[in-house]
Write a protein that binds this ligand. Structure first.
Ligand code: URA
Length: 422
């Protein structure tokens, strides 16, 4: 095979054969296909698309580029969740122990935040002592004993995707549905979960801004999962406003613990329970997952999970050195709280990073006092901003400009759940 022929095939809107895809992914991983050739191919795919067979083949080739995990020796079924990312999306934290409390193993191999969306590992690292890096043996042991593991994905899973994602990032080829879908699914299938529930976010704070795009992404991923033999369903959920009242690393751990204690904001609880229900059903367990939030069993599992990774579940979250409040200018009801603007503000306060190697602040972020649909009076606090560096307040306020609207009509938002595909 020849990279130039393969690029020409897709440039001319032809279908790539299985042999062509297998060869190009393998050769790219080995450094035989040059970065500039893969850039051209990624752009050709971006512009001309791939059919479902090409997408499934492409995904399988990326899985074959590295190691896969195998949980078939566990005594429990496995179920995993993936979110396409949002603002205040801490759902993995209460969800993994909740599902595990019903005897289903949850291998949640996670990443770090980049840009305005937070990363699960960054959040858990706010807990003193907690360790993100586990060996494969430790992962297996913890799945058998505790049932839930949230840890860093090893570099051996889908190395082709690691290279390709970095390349897409600098060639403006990230936002192509075939490439996003194969990127996400290659890592999840290589991880070896028995079933997978996808939380595909829709709205300003998400990758997909409108529901039609999100539905197409969800349908593509569900088909990839089914073709690979992994039972997959997707929920489309609202990301036009932040999830819950706390955004930032330690702040999101605090809110997750509120949910595990049977409280917490209604939207976070609704989504946690809905995703748990899907994961449990996929694993053959038909229960109302709200029960183990109410009776403390999910909390027990959380504490065991944190301790197993050397964290202290009783330690208070680190507080930021400085806080500032944003107050309402008029009386009324909060009719808009833009997820992207709030996410960018939290990022600028130090909760996220500008470059991969930057540190994040455990205490930085935003607490929301008056959320969508809630009443405020002029002068009352809407948000509190938290950071260790007080020069960051100005940048956060700039990011928030125009993001919060107070008016006389209350918006309606009955549910964060928009659709189910599976
Ligand atoms: N997340 C991924 O892992 N890959 C993408 O392409 C987009 C989001």
């Amino acid at each position: 095979f020849d990279a130039v022929d393969i690029i020409r095939t897709k440039r001319d809107r032809q279908v790539l054969s299985t042999e062509q895809i297998d060869w190009v992914i393998d050769a790219y991983t080995r450094g035989v296909v040059a970065e500039e050739q893969m850039s051209a191919l990624a752009m050709a795919i971006f512009l001309n698309g791939m059919n479902q067979d090409e997408i499934s083949t492409w995904t399988q080739a990326m899985i074959n580029s590295g190691e896969t995990m195998d949980f078939s020796s566990l005594s429990r079924p496995t179920a995993d969740k993936h979110s396409t990312g949002g603002v205040g999306d801490k759902i993995t934290l209460p969800l993994a122990p909740l599902v595990a409390s019903y005897g289903v193993a949850v291998p949640q191999l996670s990443g770090r935040g980049l840009g305005h969306t937070g990363g699960t590992l960054d959040k858990l690292e706010a807990i003193p002592g907690w360790r993100a890096n586990l060996s494969n043996e430790e992962i297996m042991h913890q799945l058998e004993t505790v049932g839930a593991v949230i840890c860093a994905a090893g570099s051996g899973l889908a190395p082709a995707d690691k290279k390709l994602y970095a390349l897409r990032d600098i060639t403006s080829t990230v936002e192509a549905i075939p490439l996003i879908a194969s990127s996400i699914m290659s890592k999840k299938i290589a991880e070896g979960t028995g079933s997978l529930v996808l939380d595909v976010k829709v709205g300003s704070g998400a990758f997909m801004k409108d529901i039609d795009q999100a539905r197409e992404l969800a349908e593509t991923m569900v088909r990839i999962g089914k073709n690979a033999g992994t039972a997959t369903v997707a929920l489309l959920t609202d990301m036009s406003v932040p999830l819950g009242r706390k955004i930032g690393n330690g702040l999101e751990v605090e809110e997750s613990v509120e949910v595990l204690a049977g409280g917490g904001p209604a939207d976070v609880v609704e989504l946690t329970v809905a995703l748990a229900r899907e994961m449990l059903l996929a694993a053959g367990v038909d229960v109302d997952p709200a029960e183990n939030l109410a009776n403390g069993k999910a909390m027990d599992c959380w504490r065991d999970m944190i301790r197993a990774q050397d964290g202290d579940p009783d330690a208070p979250m680190p507080a930021a050195k400085h806080t500032e409040t944003v107050v309402a200018e008029t009386d009324g009801v909060v009719s808009e709280m833009d997820a992207l603007k709030v996410g960018v503000a939290s990022w600028r306060l130090g909760a996220g990073r500008a470059r991969k190697e930057d540190p994040v602040q455990a205490g930085a972020g935003i607490t929301i006092h008056a959320h969508l649909g809630e009443q405020v009076k002029a002068g009352e606090p809407i948000l509190t901003l938290h950071t260790d560096d007080d020069y960051r307040f100005e940048r956060a306020r700039e990011a928030l400009e125009g993001g919060i609207t107070i008016s006389t009509v209350a918006p309606t938002r009955e549910s964060v759940l928009l659709d189910r595909i599976g």
